[in-house]
Design a protein around this ligand. Structure first.
Ligand code: NAI
Length: 336
């Protein structure tokens, strides 16, 4: 942590609780303490990545007794050597989320080899409804960042269960899918990954859209560098690559952790970064009443703006197909 942020941290942790006592109605803690519900592979990796940046203190919660505490200790020891002074706590009590300005939800079942994300729908929707209620109870001012799959449907479940404004419920999928698209393209083109500007939007699932029509290599359109067949191959590879990782090592962990961190940084530091993320649509891209991945501006208010892009006919078809899949998924859920 920089000296300035260390001093702010001290102010936040020691002086603020006392000042708060003088003014009834002030929140228990200044934003942002970061809560993470689910201290499994992705939750713990996200905690490690976020903590390593010194972004803010973290409170990890998991229903398995001792797991969150163990991960918090392990991460704290790892950071001590690096001299990073953020506080990481673990608990099996959701009250530990109290006062969080950002709650990341990575609780629930992950895909096993051969499963699609949508295969997790019914079991994870029950978990996410319960976790979201706890988050709303203990962190009513928080922005929720959904990770659990099927992520777009779970973002919708969290939105409905918490009753939070739509800006404060957002899902991570596009940032990760885009990192995979960049990886695939960089290999195919023989260029640095840093030269690629790209976007993956739509459903975080079988119908994801690596948006080739708006992908550039330092300003040169992708469509002028690859044939239609090569572009389609890159899209297919991007869609399949997570399943390949799961079939080989059982889960995706490191790449999701850094994608979650990027979104957390944009929200906590109010950077206004424009990233693809799942948000509730009300007519944008011709879709209403669903959460889906689109380019958004992220800041301290969560999703501050949705950007509408002109898609090719094929991309628009995929977007609509993703919307149909999600509409069907949501209608199968019994949301109270
Ligand atoms: P994991 O099985 O390692 O961890 C899940 C954790 O959730 C477990 O520790 C479990 O005890 C906990 N949990 C279950 N019910 C809970 C509850 N009610 N309250 C608190 N904690 C609870 O799974 P992993 O690999 O960490 O994946 C988590 C989720 O993230 C999965 O749904 C997976 O598909 C999804 N995922 C999403 C990605 C994305 O880009 N959106 C990328 C990778 C994974």
């Amino acid at each position: 942590m920089s000296r300035m942020s260390t001093e702010l941290g001290v102010l936040q942790n020691s002086v603020y609780p006392r000042i708060r006592n003088w003014f009834i109605g002030l929140p228990e803690r200044l934003p942002y303490m970061i809560g993470i519900a689910g201290a499994g592979k992705v939750g713990a990796q996200s905690a490690l990545e976020i903590a390593s940046t010194g972004l803010d203190d973290i409170s990890l919660v998991d229903i398995i007794p001792g797991l969150a505490e163990g991960e918090a200790l392990d991460i704290s020891h790892r950071l001590a050597d690096a001299g990073v002074d953020v506080d990481i706590k673990g608990s099996s009590d959701f009250a530990a989320l109290k006062g969080a300005g950002l709650v990341i939800i990575a609780a629930g079942l992950g895909r096993k080899p051969g499963m699609t994300r949508m295969d997790l729908l019914s079991k994870n929707s029950v978990i996410i409804a319960s976790v979201s209620k706890e988050a709303a109870k203990y962190a009513p001012e928080a922005t929720i960042l959904m990770v659990t799959n099927p992520m777009d449907a779970m973002t919708y479940v969290a939105l409905k269960t918490t009753g939070f404004p739509k800006a404060r419920v957002v899902g991570q999928g596009g940032v990760l899918d885009n990192s995979r698209f960049k990886y695939v393209l960089a290999k195919k083109l023989g260029v640095s990954r840093s030269s690629i500007t790209s976007l993956v939007m739509g459903e975080h699932g079988e119908n994801m859209i690596p948006v080739a029509s708006h992908t550039y290599v330092s300003g040169v359109p992708l469509t002028s560098l690859l044939t239609d067949e090569e572009v389609q191959q890159a899209i297919d590879d991007t869609r399949k690559v997570a399943a390949e990782v799961i079939s080989k090592k059982g889960a995706t962990i490191f790449a999701p952790g850094i994608s979650v961190t990027r979104m957390a940084k944009a929200i906590v530091n109010d950077t206004k970064e424009v990233l693809a993320a799942s948000t509730y649509l009300e007519g944008e891209y011709g879709v209403s009443g669903l959460c889906m991945g689109v380019p958004v501006r992220l800041g301290k208010g969560g999703v501050e703006k949705i950007y509408e892009l002109k898609l090719s006919d094929r991309e628009r078809d995929w977007f609509n197909k993703g919307a149909d899949t999600l509409r069907e998924a949501i209608s199968s859920l019994n949301l109270q």
